[in-house]
Ligand binder design. Sequence first.
Ligand code: GUN
Ligand code: ZN
Length: 427
Amino acid sequence: MTLYRATVVDTPDDPFTGGALRSEEDAGLLVVGGAVVARGSFDGVRAEHPGEEVVDLRGGVLLPGFVDTHVHYPQVRAVGGLGMPLLEWLERCALPEEARLAEPAYARGVAADFLAGLVGAGTTSAMVFGAHFAPAVDELFTAADASGLRITSGLVVSDRVLRGDLLTTPGRAVEDSLALAARWHGTDRLRYAVTPRFSLSCTDEMLAACAAVLADVPGAWFTSHVNENRAEIAEVEALFGGEHYVGTYDRHGLLGERSVLAHDVHPRDEELGVLAARGASVAHCPTSNASLGSGLFPLRRHVEAGVHVALGSDVGGGTGFPLLKEGLQAYFAQALLGDDGYALAPAHLLHLATSAGATALGLREEVGDLGVGQRFDAVLVRPRAGTTLDVGLRHASGPDDAVAKVFALGTPADLEQVWVDGERVGA
Ligand code: GUN
Ligand code: ZN
């Protein structure tokens, strides 16, 4: 048993439906077996549990661990390829690096770099785009299991358009995916995600193979890309006889509550209707959308259509792992949209980076806030004295202002400790 003493801020109630930040300046959180079992004023919880060890986390802000709903494991070494739109960036920057993961020893090093990046950014749960090679995905799951993070991932499959060394066949895709799922799905904090790269690189036969894997693995997840870039969308529509992009997945029964589609920068209204009806989530990847010039995400249209949205870093199209940066960039993008934008308050940013992600990944019963009954997945923001964030937090006018400062100024250097299930990770 451990009694944590901290300023705690979280978003148990969705700000998109009227919820506000919950904040306690001097809170006590009693954690037993990795779960929060009591929460209240520190003095109150202390009086009820006088004998427990106290861990003093004052001088910072304790937040729920961040949930990254779209991040590419094989691209950790490819971050920073600026100046290209999506399809050129894939060909020149991302895919040559992804091809190197054919070598398992290389993949092992990348997996270590990748997981260090996640935990360093305070991310405790993630939907991870895997690699095109089964041994490389095995390396990721092995390292993820040892890391303690909550990771959902799978073999990335494609059978056209991409360079030849990244392609497979529908038959091999099924065989390799089922073998990986049998080994890892439901092991500790790991789950399997069926992962066609995007329908541009997948024939109908490959998407049908994905549906077969999904049907064969109870509780498996589905993730892919959608409506990211106008040239990409035009090619997909041409390849699928004019069908809209969401429809290319939906016609194979791939969309449901365990589906996460990344980007969706240029959806038709009809597609938003399908996503809402299926209960699928969208991973909004703001720095990637800006860096690749994909466009400004229509958040208001998603919210009005009832499509669930969370945040993704999209490393390496995105510019790094921190969801603090993604939250800030999401705010910028909505501000730049003017009247079409959604005016994001600090509570929305924290929600998008934590509880919204937990909902998207089906983990909301366990994580996403720091209330009683939740697992203790948390990150302590405690900047070095004298940094601008430290100054800002000491002079914050209240919790909303403090959270705004964390998103505006916070970096991995300010994240002092990270926990999953009450255990320190990445220490
Ligand atoms: N669409 C297909 N593959 C990718 C990728 O690796 N990154 C992004 N941003 N979009 C994609
Ligand atoms: Zn992506």
